[in-house]
Design a protein around this ligand. Structure first.
Ligand SMILES: Nc1ncnc2c1ncn2[C@@H]1O[C@H](COP(=O)(O)OP(=O)(O)OP(=O)(O)O)[C@@H](O)[C@H]1O
Ligand SMILES: N[C@@H](CCO)C(=O)O
Length: 291
């Protein structure tokens, strides 16, 4: 038997659509695996009523298949599905690491990234790795053409999750298929600023580098109160705010001293538009760990 805790993650960070990701210190999924003749799945915890236990439909079924590692898999969800906090990726990454250990497959964490990404294909139709990479490797990750570059960093964050469901599949439909060159140049400048900020653990640079005008505005429209909550976080000291992953969560970057104030400003702003929400005061954290 093997048990692995894998963290929530936030993909894109505004300027790094389908490329950037960070592991969050909390929340997390815990996955326990035991060898079996065929794969069976049991799900408990946050939002488990919306998660299928059929191995053809649950992300961990695809991971078990990719590793040729049939098992009884118990998932205790800490990361609510359709949250924009890498819920499916947390389960995929935890299952990949746990089954790799259970069956002595010997893959490195880097090698497990495309295997865990097979789970993402089950839910969004594409095997993108910007959530599973930080869930396995921790820190800030840059996923590009199958290669992943991880960077250790220390950045305080607030992830604010409203009681709205946005599926990754739906949020990918609103992504524009073309962009103006001015906006592309702006995105490159932001992405470079953000990457330097991560290398320096500098919340000012990371926050400034989240600014992006192509994908984020289209996705913000799917989130009730997005502009008000973003403005409230910035007024409370956030250095940058954007849509977390495909939404509906918002991710704010700030200095450690401002984190509690930013979290409560975001919750108040959601409440003002009639939306219940919860805020995780967190930071860039470690990847999946054995328990
Ligand atoms: N083990 C699992 N954990 C979570 N969701 C799962 C799992 N297996 C299948 N799903 C399905 O995946 C969908 C949630 O994945 P989705 O990618 O939309 O959300 P997310 O992972 O929270 O978001 P994001 O990738 O934007 O951070 C739901 O429809 C859910 O039923
Ligand atoms: N990069 C992905 C992350 C969500 O899974 C997206 O934004 O669609």
């Amino acid at each position: 038997m093997r048990t692995v805790r894998a963290p929530a993650t936030s993909a894109n960070l505004g300027s790094g659509f389908d490329v950037f990701g960070v592991a969050l210190d909390r929340p997390a999924d815990v996955v326990r695996v035991e060898k079996a003749e065929k794969t069976t799945i049991e799900v408990t915890g946050a939002g488990s009523q919306y998660i299928p236990e059929d191995p053809e439909k649950n992300v961990v079924g695809a991971v078990a298949e990719a590793l040729d590692a049939p098992a009884h898999i118990r998932i205790d969800k800490g990361v609510r599905p359709s949250s924009g906090l890498g819920s499916s990726a947390a389960s995929s990454a935890a299952a990949a690491l746990a089954l790799n250990g259970l069956y002595d497959r010997g893959y490195s964490r880097q090698e497990l990234v495309p295997i865990a990404a097979e789970g993402e294909a089950v839910v969004s139709g594409e095997a993108h790795s910007d959530n599973v990479a930080p869930a396995l490797l921790g820190g800030f990750t840059v996923a590009r053409h199958g290669a992943v570059t991880p960077v250790e960093t220390d950045i305080p964050l607030v992830a604010c999750l409203p009681e709205i469901a946005v599926s990754t599949r739906d949020a990918r439909r609103v992504v524009p298929s073309r962009a103006d060159m001015d906006d592309v140049v702006h995105t490159v400048g932001s992405a470079a600023t953000l990457a330097v900020g991560m290398c320096r653990s500098d919340p000012e640079l990371v926050g400034a580098g989240m600014d992006e005008r192509i994908v984020t505005p289209a996705r913000a429209e799917l989130i009730t109160g997005y502009d008000d909550v973003r403005d409230a976080a910035l007024a409370a000291g956030a250095t940058g705010v954007t849509v977390s992953g495909a939404g509906p969560s918002l991710l704010a970057v700030c200095r450690g001293t401002d984190r509690a104030r930013v979290a409560s400003a975001m919750l108040d702003a959601f409440e003002d538009v009639g939306v219940d929400a919860r805020a995780y005061q967190t930071k860039v954290g470690a990847g999946a760990t054995f328990h």
